[in-house]
Design a protein around this ligand. Structure first.
Ligand SMILES: *Cc1c(COP(=O)(O)O)cnc(C)c1O
Length: 372
């Protein structure tokens, strides 16, 4: 039988030790009395929920927020002995699975809270309250109504949480408004624990930390608030293979829309990476690839599964088909790529991670599962 080898022209290398280091950096930032929960929704921002949660658990993380019930159950079945909460997923209809897998729901609306309060015995749950995002969470009116009817006495939430809309802008008045509203609700409910900040909120200072910070982006090396000097380690490296090298005479166009024209006789290398791998269409003509100490600009628009770079100034011997070049790494991060493409860094990371083959570096030894 003919077996065709799978090509992996675009590879995302995920450094699990860097994720662990970022977890420690955030833990030191918030101090010993604040718990750092890892947000691993959407397959850990595309990086692989099992690999990432195991590495974080090995680094001491004991609270995970999954995006949906499937993700939470995947964490459970990988035998991680941590608290696993689900940010938002059909709690009222899927309740029996939450129970049987010991998964903590985040209650996001009055009907979910009604389901909790209708239960005979108390059930562990987190309560999300609305303070200025208008997405999920009970309004302060909902909270007051349930407070007066005694719901929280009979069924106290173990964590009350809310989400900041503008925490990547330190001076934004929204931060103070939301934290004031959050304090008013938590003073009323007096829950065991409170949680307001996500990644950028960690850098807003002690007043925003409460008992738990919920961190996603920062663990994955994204510095969305532009903190300088950047305390986070980059987590991913993106590499793509050169598929072909061609000579293009002076004055010829490269790629869709002829957005680039050679100004001299040029050598152009075609990389096996395009927007299907998550490389933004808008980064054409704006960024460079690096290899062997050289830098080669992307020229023309990104195609679906290929991209052109100008290698005219690079010795022929170093750029041959099958050589791999770096598009993301220490010197050019996901935040830099997002800025160049006028995009949002977590979205860029998620798309690149979903579109490329993934390879893991520094897998903790407890994580290596022998295939039989
Ligand atoms: C996604 C999310 C987070 C994590 O946000 P980052 O900015 O990536 O750290 C925290 N809390 C909630 C409710 C979220 O939806």
């Amino acid at each position: 039988m003919l077996s065709i080898p799978q090509r992996a022209d675009a590879v995302l290398e995920v450094n699990l030790a860097a994720i662990q280091a970022n977890f420690k950096t955030v833990s030191v930032m918030v101090g010993p009395h604040v718990r750092v929960a890892a947000v691993v929704k959407n397959d850990a921002y595309g990086l692989g929920i099992i690999e990432v949660t195991r590495a974080l658990a090995a680094a001491g993380c004991d609270l995970f927020f999954a995006g949906d019930l499937h993700e939470a159950m995947a964490i459970r079945s990988s035998k991680i002995g941590a608290t696993v909460a689900v940010l938002c997923d059909q709690f009222t209809t899927l309740r029996k699975y939450y129970r049987s897998s010991r998964i903590t729901p985040v209650v996001n609306n009055p009907s979910e809270l009604d389901a909790i309060s209708a239960a005979g015995e108390p059930e562990t749950y987190f309560l999300n309250v609305e303070t200025g995002f208008s997405r999920f969470g009970l309004t302060s009116d909902d909270v007051r109504r349930h407070y007066l009817s005694g719901t929280f006495k009979r069924h106290p939430p173990s964590v009350v949480l809310s989400h900041l809309a503008c925490s990547n802008r330190v001076a934004d008045a929204m931060n103070v408004l939301q934290s004031n509203r959050f304090r008013a609700i938590s003073n009323l409910l007096k829950p065991a624990r409170c949680s307001l900040a996500a990644s950028a909120g960690v850098w807003l200072g002690k007043n925003f930390h409460f008992d738990i910070v919920r961190v996603g982006s920062a663990l994955f090396g994204l510095n969305n608030a532009g903190i300088q000097p950047n305390p986070l380690l980059p987590v991913v490296k993106l590499q793509a293979n050169i598929l072909d090298v061609r000579n293009v005479p002076k004055g010829e166009a490269v790629g869709y829309g002829a957005t680039f024209r050679t100004v001299r006789d040029s050598r152009i290398a075609i990389l096996g990476i395009g927007y299907k791998h998550g490389l933004p269409w808008a980064c054409g003509n704006k960024i460079s690839a690096r290899f062997a100490g050289y830098s080669a600009p992307l020229v023309g628009r990104t195609s679906m599964d290929s991209t052109a770079i100008d290698i005219t100034d690079i010795p022929e011997a170093v750029c041959l088909p099958t050589v791999s070049v770096e598009l993301l790494g220490e010197s050019f991060t996901v935040n830099d790529l997002a800025a160049a493409a006028d995009a949002y860094a977590p979205e860029v990371l998620m798309r690149v991670a979903a579109g490329c083959a993934r390879r893991y570096l520094n897998v903790p030894s407890a994580l290596i599962v022998k295939s039989q």
